[in-house]
Design a protein around this ligand. Sequence first.
Ligand SMILES: [Zn+2]
Length: 425
Amino acid sequence: MAVNKGDYFDELETMAPGTRQKYLDNKLSLTVEHAYKHAPAVKKLFDGCGVSPGEIRTVSDLEKVPITRKTDLIEMQKSDLPYGGILTIPPENVERVFISPGPVYEIQSPEIKWFSKSFWAAGFRKGDIVINTFTYHMSPAGILFHEGIRDCGATVVVAGTGNTDLQVQIMKDLKVTGFVGTPSFLMTVIKTAEEQGYNFRNDFAVKKSWFTGEPLSPTIRQTLENDYGISTSQAYAVTEPGGAIAYECEEKSGMHFMDDYVIEIVDPETGKQLGPGEIGEVVVTPVHSPEWGLIRFGTGDLSSYTTETCPCGRTSHRITGIVGRTTDAVKVRGMFIVARQAEQVVKGFDQVSRFQFTVGREAQRDKLVLNLTLTKDVQDRESLQNEISSRFQSTCRVKIDGFRFVEKDAIPEDAKTIVDERDWT
Ligand SMILES: [Zn+2]
């Protein structure tokens, strides 16, 4: 593929929407056909649900296929070592094996530019000296990021994890311009440098950063950008289906779907695809990697997506950030409420000291109630309710049906954020 390294890493990033849909549909149907033919586990999966590979012609056809989750993959590999029947090539042709917790064994062919686009979009270029603080052991992180940084022409400092003092010295000595790691590790590095008497902004050359592995909080982002003059960028990566799923552009407003993955946001209970703005599980099918027959991998992460045009010119849809795990979510009137999101809303009100949501049923309808303990006597409870309601609805897209003001002891300090009291029997 011709690589035009201007604003974009390659031409796939700016495919017209119709072309993109055709591109994905075509790659998906080839991937499914190939996997069915060469991966015994995929044949078993399709035969088991009575779907023939020929029925999967478009992304929306994928709904017919059950989701494979990490726990399934662990069991599949345990009973059919080492790859669980999803390898489609002779094992002697495997160049690399990575190990994820489980353990889960994954393979990768180095030709695939998994992370390059993401680093390019983060502004990494020739002349940059980039410290890679992800581990090079077992997990794919270290070596894959390393290659992605190299694809952008930058120099990589092979640092790996830990040794904060030494990392500070390396960054100073080598005049490192780019940081790759977790946001919390960069904050630790900065703090350590400051404890050693440095002024990080003036004494160090770090101007760009790229994160994955943990969410970048808006507060840390602001601190890094405003106080330290470091541009920030993040990517969403999942190892089992092979790497970078989505990445931020300079707009920093959601993460673009990586071109060679079919990404669905689905109802985790039914596997049905959801529309823009609806929160559901991120399900991934890599279509770049014919040797790895992983169809519909359920990540367990909850997100939503937007189809709005991005001013950067990239045309893929964007996920709007990972809001939680499927295990932390409760479905209310068909919409998932994620504990973390709900907490963020209510914690924004300092009149509230403790709170808990309860979900019940009344007249065949889910009823969401917010129980509150107030820090002080609030005169105008109604306007407090209205304000919480409106912020909650715009964040979680579900309406709170009622408020209950309770004594402090009624809600324990370590109370669960959302309690499901519905009885379906
Ligand atoms: Zn963009």
